[in-house]
Design a binder for this molecule. Sequence first.
Ligand code: PMP
Length: 421
Amino acid sequence: VDPLDATRLREDFPILSEEVNGHRLVYLDSAATSQRPLAVLDAEREFLTHANAAVHRGAHTLAAEATDLFEDARATVAGFVGAEAEQLVWTSGATMGLNLVAYSIGNASVGRGAPASAGLALRPGDEIVTTAIEHHANLLPWQELAARTGAVLRHIPARDDGTLDLDAASEIIGERTRIVAFTHVSNVLGIVNPVDELIALARRVGALTVMDACQSAPHLPLDLPALGVDLAVFSGHKMLGPYGVGGLYGRAEVLEAMPPFLTGGSMITTVTLDHAEYLAPPQRFEAGTQPIGPAIGLAAAVRYLDGVGLDRIHAHETMLAERMRAGLVEIPGIRLLGDAEGAERVGLWSFDVDGVHAHDAGQFLDARGVAVRVGHHCAAPLHSRFGITASVRASTALYNTADDVDVFLDAVSGIRPYFGV
Ligand code: PMP
């Protein structure tokens, strides 16, 4: 693939020209939230300036225009992950998408939904399998669902190098497993997980698969139907799009069987004072006024990503990750998390600085214009697994340059000397 010209792309992201503490901003926090190109800001502004109206059932011209733009956005975002428009449910983000799935299954477990929903119901002793490296968003909804249904939560462990232990996985995923929920890419380790194998293990026992694609959608080409996963979620703001919008992808039969989670306007066929009939997916899961402008903005974001090309983005970020690793391993006292040999990765590294708290390291870097994230990154169990409570995370996106990495490395090499360790 042709290398991408990140210096050129940066012109589309005005915020990257900001100065921070007297230094050029080196933004290495895209795993928390990405920056947005002008095309995304313009798409939302254009919608709000010329076509803003509530969608569906409007009798007026603007409502029809807004509906077209909103449904076109759905088709565009669905297409970005290889799916059909009907397979894409708008959510407010990945957290909402995962809670939607868990609460829907909880509702099926108390007998709600169509006859097909019974197939999703959990009974006491059924097992939900997650992994030891999940973001809390793909852990807590399952803890809650287990507590409500009497299901048992089990975890696929991580090896010392941060890779998932597939031998253990094939033991753990068994006859009682009903759900296997896993992240495509860890937001702390940056390793691309062997999701094909996990899906195959789950299928062998007829378990439902739920994938957190937050950290893969902006970085790797994704074809969710080809992957064969049942359900997957992503967040708009991590993939150059607006806050407050995200997607839940589902296989048609699975979405069809799921009872609604949130209920209210815009998701019914008939309502009486005592009873309601619900629309087919995706509308069944879209109660209330949707984030219309953000959805249109997200469509512009995925068009931008597609325009650059996910293969080129992945190759560029792989180069940045290798450059970062090569520099970090030379700096005394830096311990990388998830430095697995030969693993496929996205462009992020988390690390511990011996003798310096992650928050102090983060402030030191910020004073030099380098924006990183510090803490447990909403993955506290993963940090416990590695015997630490916090780490420093540097995460790249398509707009980062080799120079960003060099400025970052130079700053990191100053941390321990500065703190006298
Ligand atoms: N999963 C992963 C892997 C994430 O990195 C994040 C965001 N840090 C989430 C889920 C939650 O995303 P959101 O806060 O946008 O709902």
